[in-house]
Design a protein around this ligand. Structure first.
Ligand code: PLP
Length: 462
């Protein structure tokens, strides 16, 4: 009997219409290939690899927008090549960016009609860095004026903040005064932060919609305390990190005062690419008034005889996401944003009911205004863990659901968190709820398939 030929001995011919690089070779990993390939092969090589990623539409871990309308996608696709920073060449784009800043200033109850009280950024992280730098500069100016030392600035915030605040402190040489969240609590109050404020405090950060539970720090309490300090001649501004809340609370809880209605709030960041409903990356920094931005932080370029001011950490970047934000403002209006937040909260309630009905999970309900998310934990005495449950959900239908620890001093608490965004239609909520029920049933009867880490990340800040 003749031996069958070794299928790897000869690289096979590939059928018409397919490129051999894509069909029979591994993707380049370490060196730029000596020779190129067809554009079709390059496209297919990438597409075939990202298939192995999680599906963004089933990613309940991310705060970031995973669905936009076709017309919005047209705005994005058609403007990717328009470099935002080239204000002289693209003055209308620069003007549209300013309009978005002004609209947010107005939405956040800023007073007056400043020309551009803030900046477009790559996301909330860049907005945080710029806002915090402005606080540091202003603190330094005040101290120098009083003839006081400027070598030991600190920033006060709760442990419920996003990691970006620790990053700012490390990168820009500011002492991080991170206050633990008291045991049994999920956000910080004025009693927690007040003892840490002193004459070297450049500002206090409070979160409107935390990454952990979607709740808000005690903004009114902190504001009252800072106003009292101001009355005694100690000026300490508050910055509100409204990465998520900035596009939720103005619509879901219009009477909730978290923004410039609070006197000590001098700057706010928000992520256009979260509940602003734009694909990543776009974020916004909004100042209370023009006084908050020290002129020293603005760089002026001479451009064709005109002074062009810039206040950014990045330089070049696409205009697409700024234009897409403007698209959403016009397309949705305040009423549209309000209706969509209503839809998210409706589906959130439905998912919450289904989670409770499993009998094995208990809801962790935030108090006060909360962004549209569902948080639960496994009831005591159950035979499975949070990690085993999210691993089962991923195995069953590719759901990406994070399970993680609460911040200090509540590390003993593990929770499961699901964002309910606009792509989570009622049908998807139903499917997820059924998968929860079936996964729990399976874990109880069969036990976990694997005790390894779940295929989704187990940290919070996405
Ligand atoms: C409260 C908070 N602040 C800041 C950030 C960072 O935002 P971005 O991803 O837009 O840089 C996040 C991200 O989840 C967040 O939740």
């Amino acid at each position: 009997m003749s031996e069958s030929p070794d299928p790897k001995a000869k690289v096979p011919e590939v059928p018409i219409g397919h490129d051999r690089a894509f069909m029979v070779e591994l993707a380049p990993e370490r060196t730029i290939p000596d020779e190129g390939m067809s554009s079709r092969a390059a496209l297919e090589t990438i597409q075939s690899e990202v298939i192995l990623d999680g599906d963004p539409e089933k990613n309940l871990a991310t705060f970031v927008t995973t669905w936009m309308e076709p017309e919005a996608r047209m705005v994005i696709a058609e403007n990717l090549h328009r470099n935002y920073i080239d204000h002289a060449e693209y003055p209308r784009t620069a003007e549209i960016s300013k309009r978005c800043v002004r609209m947010l200033h107005n939405l956040y109850h800023g007073e007056g009609e400043p020309e551009c009280p803030g900046a477009a950024c790559a996301g909330s992280s860049e907005a945080v860095m710029l806002g915090a730098l402005a606080m540091k500069w202003r603190w330094r100016e005040r101290r120098k004026k009083d003839g006081k030392p400027v070598d030991r600035p600190n920033l006060v915030y709760g442990a419920d903040v996003h990691v970006v605040w620790d990053k700012f402190c490390r990168y820009f040489d500011v002492e991080p005064r991170q206050v633990p969240v008291p045991k049994g609590k999920t956000v910080v109050s004025v009693e927690d932060v007040a003892p840490h404020i002193d004459e070297n405090t450049i500002g206090v950060v409070a979160v409107a919609g935390t990454t952990f539970t979607g709740e808000c720090d005690d903004l009114a309490g902190i504001d009252a305390h800072l106003n009292e300090l101001a009355g005694k001649g100690m000026e300490v501004p508050m910055h509100v990190d409204a990465a998520s809340g900035g596009f939720v609370f103005p619509f879901s809880d219009p009477d909730f005062e978290w923004d410039f209605r609070l006197k000590s709030v001098k700057s706010i960041n928000t992520s256009g690419h979260k509940f602003g409903l734009v694909y990543p990356g776009i974020g916004w920094l909004v100042f209370r008034d023009d006084d908050q931005l020290p002129d020293d932080l603005v760089f002026y370029e001479d451009y064709l005889g005109e002074k062009d001011p810039t206040f950014t950490l990045n330089f070049s970047g696409s205009s697409s996401f700024i234009l897409a934000q403007y698209f959403n403002f016009m397309r949705l209006g305040k009423s549209g944003y309000g209706q969509l937040v209503g839809v998210m909260n409706h589906n959130r309630a439905t998912l919450s009911e289904a989670i409770e009905a499993t009998g094995s999970l208990e809801l962790v309900r935030g108090s006060g205004p909360v962004i549209p998310l569902v948080i639960c934990k496994v009831k005591e005495g159950e035979v499975f863990t949070e990690n085993e449950l999210v691993a089962e959900l991923a195995r069953r239908r590719g759901w990406l659901v994070p399970a993680y620890q609460m911040p200090p001093d509540n590390e003993d608490q593990r929770i499961i968190r699901m964002l309910v965004k606009i792509n989570q239609t009622r049908e998807l909520v139903e499917a997820l709820a059924n998968d929860f029920t079936d996964s729990i049933e399976m874990l109880k009867t069969r036990g976990p398939v694997s005790h390894g880490p779940p295929p989704s990340h187990s940290a919070t800040g996405y």
